[in-house]
Design a protein around this ligand. Structure first.
Ligand code: TXA
Ligand code: MG
Length: 312
């Protein structure tokens, strides 16, 4: 578990231009000092991430966020309601924004988030600067929700990982564009309905193929090695089974249940760890039972669809 000494070590590592992975309430992030171009370049290399895919800047509070991007009244309302928490806002970037150009992939917008996890917050305080942090996995892989997952993907490519135990949300942050009318760029750990309640109106979705999408939302992503068969009512011979709810068909290979009681919050927290575990069982195919689409189900189904998409 994260100690004060571990957090201090991560702070020194980031200040020296190093790469430190740390827990957030959503998934583990791979951090670099956002102002340090060389550190950001190393971060892209460590993940194997294409440089056209910009990073989220993590900050301690709204005052720090205001030094990076410009808030319209909707952005203010969302930040007031949901920060700290699993929400990322895409804002027009300020001219004097200190974040490295490389981290922004040349866009004139910036994605900003104030995380709620105590370790992330302590680290931000220690560093006193924005920390850019993508999910701490190899590009295209399933996001990590434990320190072990991070090491599995990135051991030898990063300087350290602060272990804060399993992430409680388990899905990446919800991304909302506040560049014009608010738009959902990525379903995530904050359910759409909660955002719509605060906005008092339905949230538009940015149409596929039309800007602004989150550039990282490629069709194939979050991909295990095994093939995924979605909306499965049964498991076939040799297939692993990713179940949901109390009524589970007979397993004919390894089986894990996202939530035996059919709870979407529990299912979200288990999703990536279960996908990794079933993938590690060596099964060539994973049958996935249907997951309801409301609440966190929207983001769970989004990640499952990407994990099932043909790999490019
Ligand atoms: O929960 C999370 O958001 C985690 C934790 C570590 O904070 N981070 C995370 O980062 O999921 P990453 O890099 O795996 O995903 C960030 C997404 C990418 O799809 C990226 O394209 C998008 O955010 N993004 C970043 N800047 C953007 C911008 N200016 N406009 C639109 N999308 C942006
Ligand atoms: Mg990611």
């Amino acid at each position: 578990m994260a100690s004060a000494a571990g957090i201090a070590a991560a702070g020194r590592c980031l200040a020296a231009g190093g790469l430190a992975a740390f827990p957030t309430e959503t998934v583990y992030g791979l951090g670099a000092d956002a102002r340090h171009g060389q550190a950001v370049a190393r971060l892209y290399a460590a993940k194997g991430r294409p440089a056209f895919n910009p990073l989220i800047a993590h900050v301690a509070d709204r005052a720090a966020a205001r030094r990076l991007g410009m808030f319209n009244p909707v952005a203010e309302r969302l930040a007031e309601a949901f920060w700290p928490g699993p929400l990322t806002l895409v804002l027009p970037r300020r001219k004097d924004c200190p974040v490295s150009e490389l981290a922004l992939a040349g866009l004139d917008s910036i994605a900003v988030r104030v995380p709620a996890h105590p370790v992330a917050r302590a680290l931000l305080e220690e560093v006193g600067a924005p920390i850019v942090a993508p999910s701490a996995n190899r590009s295209g892989h399933v996001s990590p929700t434990t320190a072990m997952h991070v090491l599995h993907d990135l051991r030898g490519r990063i300087d350290l990982v602060v272990d804060g135990g399993p992430c409680t949300v388990g899905l990446e942050s919800t991304i909302i564009s506040c560049l014009g009318e608010p738009a959902l760029l990525r379903a995530g750990g904050l359910p759409r309905a909660e955002i719509e309640r605060v906005l008092g109106s339905a949230l538009s979705e940015s149409a596929p193929g039309r800007a602004p999408r989150a550039p990282g939302m490629l069709a194939s992503h979050y991909a295990p090695k095994a093939r995924l068969r979605l909306n499965a009512e049964d498991a076939r011979d040799g297939e692993a089974l990713l179940a949901f709810g109390p009524a589970v068909p007979a397993a004919r290979g390894p089986m894990l249940n996202l939530s035996p009681r059919g709870d979407l919050v529990e299912a979200a927290a288990n999703l990536f760890a279960h996908l990794r575990a079933l993938d590690a069982s060596g099964a060539a195919s994973i049958a996935v039972m249907p997951v309801p689409h409301h609440g966190l189900g929207e983001a769970i189904n989004d990640r499952l669809a990407r994990a099932a998409a043909p790999k490019v």
